[in-house]
Design a protein around this ligand. Structure first.
Ligand code: HEC
Length: 214
């Protein structure tokens, strides 16, 4: 905590906040996981808020503002590696400080940050048209679920007997790779449930499609 306070203090002095004080208020939620504990002890809620929406007491003074960890739209472009680097090294020219945490601790806190959106999040890699099958047996689905794709033209997703099969569209992917001269595209599948007009994310699968064919 000391190191962060020092980082934060220098950050605020640098930004002209000479009278820096740290605020806490009751009730603070009881940590339920290692990642949650790190999130609280390292002061992440000061900016990102206890519920991850980015409403910490320091957030107002920041530009850019901390993003909303509960929004798929804002989180889909943030892969694991980007979060890892942000937490380890900070993000230059933003209020995001570097934290002195080891790899395991960073991993735990990233899982916690992911859980604001959904408890179930996996990333898988594939080559162009090689189908990937993901078993859902460890996910408590319960009732009617919807399969949503963020880029429906680029791949198909079919749900059958507790398994979801993801297949990139070879032609569409080749076209994208050629047009953009890129080697990697990222698409997402969301398993959602709608209860009382509120959308709940049950699981998110991030599929990294690599252009393995030269
Ligand atoms: C002093 C304010 C502040 C504190 C404290 C803080 N953050 Fe941030 N954080 C930011 C800002 C500002 C950004 C940049 C906007 C964005 O991407 O949300 C950011 C970005 C991030 C991102 C997005 C990274 C990316 O790739 O874009 C993650 C993840 C994150 N913070 C996690 C944490 C965690 C975990 C902690 C505590 C260990 C923490 N932050 C503490 C202000 C803060």
């Amino acid at each position: 905590m000391k190191k962060i306070t020092i980082i934060l203090v220098s950050f605020f002095i640098a930004s002209g906040f000479a009278n820096y004080k740290e605020y806490k208020s009751f009730p603070e939620p009881t940590p339920t996981s290692k990642g949650h504990l790190i999130y609280q002890e390292m002061g992440c809620p000061m900016c990102h808020g206890h519920s991850g929406v980015g409403d910490g007491f320091l957030a107002q003074g920041l530009e850019p503002k901390p993003r909303n960890f509960t929004s798929f739209k804002e989180m889909k472009g943030v892969p694991y590696q980007s979060m890892y680097t942000a937490i380890k090294d900070g993000i230059p020219f933003t209020g995001m400080p570097a934290f002195n945490l080891n790899d395991k601790q960073i991993d735990d806190v990233i899982s916690y940050v992911r859980s604001f959106l959904t408890e179930n999040y996996i990333t898988i890699s594939t080559c162009l048209n090689i189908p990937q099958v993901v078993s859902l047996e460890n996910i408590d689905i319960g009732g009617q679920i919807n399969v949503e794709k963020d880029k429906p033209k680029l791949f198909s997703a079919s749900l059958k007997a507790g398994e979801i099969t993801l297949t990139p569209d070879f032609t569409a992917m080749r076209k994208i790779f050629n047009e953009k001269n890129s080697k990697l595209a990222r698409v997402h599948v969301m398993l959602t449930k709608t209860t009382e007009n509120k959308k709940e994310y049950l699981a998110i699968i991030a599929l990294r499609i690599n252009n393995c064919i030269k």
